[in-house]
Design a protein around this ligand. Sequence first.
Ligand code: TYD
Length: 203
Amino acid sequence: MKKGLFITFEGADGCGKTTQINLLKNYLENQGYQVVLTREPGAKGLGEKVREILLNYEGAVSDRCESFLFLADRAQNIDIIVNPAVNEGKIVLCDRHIDSTVAYQGYGRGLDIDRIKMLNNIATNGRKPDLTIVFDIDVETSMQRVGKNKDRMESAGIEFHNRVREGYLKIAKEEPERIKVVNSIQTVNDVFEEVKKIVNKYL
Ligand code: TYD
């Protein structure tokens, strides 16, 4: 049986990761791999309800409450989708995961980074991605791509998003074995060439 693999995709809003995930899914399936797509927030089922609150709730949301909602969705995603699929030898591609919470709630909102990492560890029961690709993009371009219809997170302001970007780059430096950074300001095809090169080493 093929060995399972858990790959996560990270980066700013509008960095193009969702397009890349879909390209990678087709590429891997054409080679005979069984691929499962998932995302955070919004893993299938209950996660979709949590996502709705996180992105569209209009009342006040405390930073800690926001973190716990992301973490609750994560626990569900790991238990119900990721672990069963990886254990069956499938490749799981997950749109955002632990590093989003460190980048957005830690570096972006300013919550304690070590505590976030500890909470991540509880939410995932210690499971870490085999590989994480961060799509790096400057904040101006990413906000242009997002456009005018911004959700609750996207409306958090340019300084917040600058901190998120710096956060991602810092995390990537801390864990170079797991986290690879790809420059997202290239054509979709050029970005995908880089993605393939990185992923092929793990197959
Ligand atoms: P989404 O529409 O999925 O954004 P994208 O398509 O850019 O991935 O919205 C997810 C938003 O939630 C995004 O702004 C990042 C944010 N987020 C956090 O702040 N913390 C987290 O732990 C996760 C998973 C996402």
